[in-house]
Design a protein around this ligand. Structure first.
Ligand code: NAP
Length: 481
C-alpha cells in the first residue's frame, strides 16, 4: 500500500486535486510515497494562516516556544530509525549518513529550543543622566522557507527552529525530490502542539509555489537554500517588495594539499569530501589543488582509494556511496564528465553510469577523478554536484592560494598542512565562509555560523547564534526614569 503525505496548512492536513510521486533513487520502481501537489492557492492560504497565527505565537514567552521545539525533538528521536530510513529511501544517501543528519536535526531543534530562554538583547550605558537604553529582539513576521533535496532534514530544521524560536510563523516549501524528511519534522511539530498556522508545509512545483510564496502579501522574509540560478531570481523578486532575504547557494570548493601534509589523512579527507553523499553536499570538495612536489603520488593514492569505494543502495551495510538523487541530476553529472573528457582527457578512474549488479534500477555514477585539470576547464569552474573530483597542480603555497580563490564562489574551503604558519596564512586569506584545516571540507556542526561569501551566499548567516540575526529584528528603547 502506498503511503500518502498531505500538505499542512492552518493546523490541518490538506489534499488537493493532484499528487506527485516520491521515488527511491536507488530503485526507481520503489515508490516511497505520494505527496499532495500544492498550488499557488495553497501557498496563499498558508501565508494567511501564518499571518493569523503570528500575534499568538510571538506573544508566547521564549521558553514556551522552546518547549514545543524540545517536544518535537523528542518525537523525532523516538522515530529516529524510521526517519533516517525514510531519508535514505527518498534521497539515496547511505543509512549511516542519514542517521547522522537526523541526529543533527534533533540537536538543532534542541539547540534553538534553548535559545528561547536566552534570546540575547543589548543593554548599554547612556551618555545622558537617568536614561536607560536597551534593545530587544522582536520577530520579523511571516517567513517563507525554501529548501533543497541534498540535506532534506537538516536544512529545513536549521531554518524552522531559529525562525520559530524568534516568534515568527512560517511557510515551508521543501524540495520535490525529497520532501518526506521535512514532512517528518512538520509532523513532529504538529504532534508537539505547535498552534495552528504557526508552521505550514506546502510541497509541489518550485516554479509555481516559489512565485506564489515570494508574492504572498503577508510575507516579510524568505530564507532560501539551493542553486545560484533560483536564488538570484528569488533575490530579484524579493527586492521588488523589500523582503528580507537570506540565500545559501552553490560552491566550487577547493582543498589545498601541501607537500608537508600528513599524506594518508589528506588522501582520506579529499576522498571523503569529494565523494561521500555522492558529492551532493554544498560543502563537497570538487577541486583538489595539490603542491607539485607530491602531485603524482597524491593523484595515484586518491585514485587507488576512490576505486575501493563501494557504490550501491545506501540501505545495504558497507555501501559508502549512493545514487544521484534523480535522473536529471545524473544526466547533469554525466554531461560534466563528458566536458571533462574533452578538456582534461580521460578520467583516472570512473566516468560512467553504473548499471551492473542490480544498479540499473537507480541513478548511479562511478566516483570519478580527473587529473591535470587546468583552472579554466569547465569542471574546475562550474558546480557539478555529483561524484566528480578535479585535481589541479599548484607550484607552491602561493600558487595554490591564488587558484583556490580565483573563482566566483566562496562557500567552503580546506587546507591540508602540518605547517601552522601556512594554516593561519590560509585562514586569513581564503575567500570562503567555511574553512577546515586537516579535515574534509564538508562536515559542519550547528553551533557556529554557517554560510558562504562571494556568489555563494547573500544575507546573514545561518545556524549558531548568528541565525537569530536573520529571524529577528531589533527594537531599540530609550527610557527616562
Ligand atoms: P534548486 O533547484 O535551486 O531548488 C531548491 C529549492 O527551490 C527547491 O525546493 C525547489 O523546488 C525550489 N524552487 C525551484 N524553482 C523555484 C522558484 N522559481 N522559486 C522559488 N523556489 C524554487 O536546488 P536543488 O537542486 O534542490 O539543490 C542543489 C543546489 O543547492 C546546489 O547548487 C547546492 O550547492 C545548493 N545547496 C547550497 C547549500 C548552502 O548552504 N549553500 C546547501 C545545500 C545545497 P523543486 O524541488 O520543486 O524544484
Amino acid at each position: 500500500m502506498t503511503t500518502h503525505f498531505a500538505n499542512y496548512i492552518d493546523g490541518e492536513w490538506v489534499n488537493g486535486a493532484a499528487t506527485f510521486d516520491n521515488r527511491n533513487p536507488a530503485h526507481t520502481d520503489e515508490l516511497v510515497g505520494t505527496f499532495a501537489k500544492g498550488t499557488a492557492r495553497d501557498i496563499e492560504a498558508a501565508a494567511a494562516a501564518a499571518a493569523a497565527a503570528l500575534p499568538g505565537w510571538s506573544g508566547l514567552s521564549g521558553p514556551a516556544r522552546g518547549s514545543i521545539l524540545y517536544q518535537a525533538a523528542d518525537i523525532l528521536d523516538r522515530r529516529f530509525e524510521q526517519v533516517a530510513a525514510d531519508m535514505t529511501r527518498e534521497e539515496g544517501k547511505t543509512l549511516p549518513e542519514a542517521k547522522g543528519e537526523v541526529r543533527r536535526s534533533i540537536n538543532i531543534l534542541r539547540y534553538f529550543a534553548g535559545e528561547g530562554a536566552r534570546m540575547p538583547g543589548m543593554l548599554v550605558p547612556s551618555e545622558r543622566d537617568r536614561v536607560h537604553m536597551f534593545a530587544l529582539r522582536k520577530p520579523v513576521g511571516v517567513v517563507g522557507l525554501v529548501t533543497p533535496w541534498n540535506f532534506p532534514s537538516a536544512i529545513p530544521a536549521w531554518k524552522l527552529a531559529p525562525a520559530l524560536i524568534c516568534g515568527n510563523t512560517v511557510v515551508l516549501k521543501p524540495a520535490s525530490a525529497a520532501p518526506l524528511s521535512a514532512w517528518r519534522i512538520v509532523e513532529a511539530l504538529h504532534e508537539a502542539g505547535a498552534p495552528k498556522g504557526v508552521v505550514n508545509f506546502v510541497a509541489g512545483s518550485g516554479g509555481e509555489l516559489g512565485k506564489a510564496l515570494v508574492g504572498a502579501g503577508p510575507l516579510r522574509a524568505v530564507s532560501f537554500t539551493g542553486s545560484c540560478e533560483i536564488g538570484s531570481w528569488l533575490h530579484g523578486e524579493a527586492s521588488k517588495r523589500r523582503l528580507r532575504i537570506q540565500l545559501e547557494m552553490g560552491g566550487k570548493n577547493p582543498t589545498i594539499v601541501l607537500a608537508d601534509a600528513d599524506f594518508r589523512s589528506a588522501v582520506e579527507n579529499v576522498v571523503n569530501a569529494a565523494f561521500f553523499s555522492t558529492g551532493q553536499k554544498c560543502t563537497a570538495t570538487s577541486r583538489a589543488i595539490v603542491e607539485d612536489a607530491i602531485y603524482d603520488r597524491f593523484v595515484e593514492a586518491v585514485v587507488e582509494r576512490t576505486k575501493k569505494l563501494k557504490v550501491g543502495d545506501g540501505m545495504q551495510p558497507g555501501i559508502e556511496i549512493g545514487p544521484c538523487v534523480d535522473e536529471a541530476q545524473m544526466e547533469t553529472v554525466l554531461r560534466y564528465v563528458e566536458a571533462g573528457r574533452r578538456e582534461s582527457g580521460e578520467p583516472k578512474c570512473g566516468g560512467r553510469r553504473l548499471a551492473e549488479n542490480g544498479l540499473d534500477q537507480g541513478w548511479f555514477v562511478e566516483p570519478t577523478v580527473f587529473a591535470d585539470v587546468a583552472e579554466d576547464h569547465v569542471i574546475a569552474r562550474e558546480e557539478i554536484f555529483g561524484p566528480v573530483l578535479a585535481i589541479l597542480r599548484a607550484r607552491d603555497f602561493e600558487d595554490a592560494m591564488r587558484i583556490a580563490n580565483n573563482i566566483p564562489f566562496g562557500l567552503s574551503s580546506s587546507i591540508q598542512t602540518s605547517n601552522l604558519s601556512r594554516a593561519f596564512e590560509y585562514i586569513y586569506r581564503a575567500e570562503a565562509g567555511l574553512l577546515t584545516v586537516n579535515l574534509p571540507s564538508a562536515g559542519v556542526e550547528y553551533q557556529l555560523p554557517f554560510g558562504g561569501t562571494k556568489d555563494s551566499s547573500f544575507g546573514p548567516k545561518e545556524q549558531g547564534p548568528a541565525a537569530l540575526e536573520f529571524y529577528s529584528d531589533w527594537k531599540t528603547v530609550y527610557l527616562k526614569y
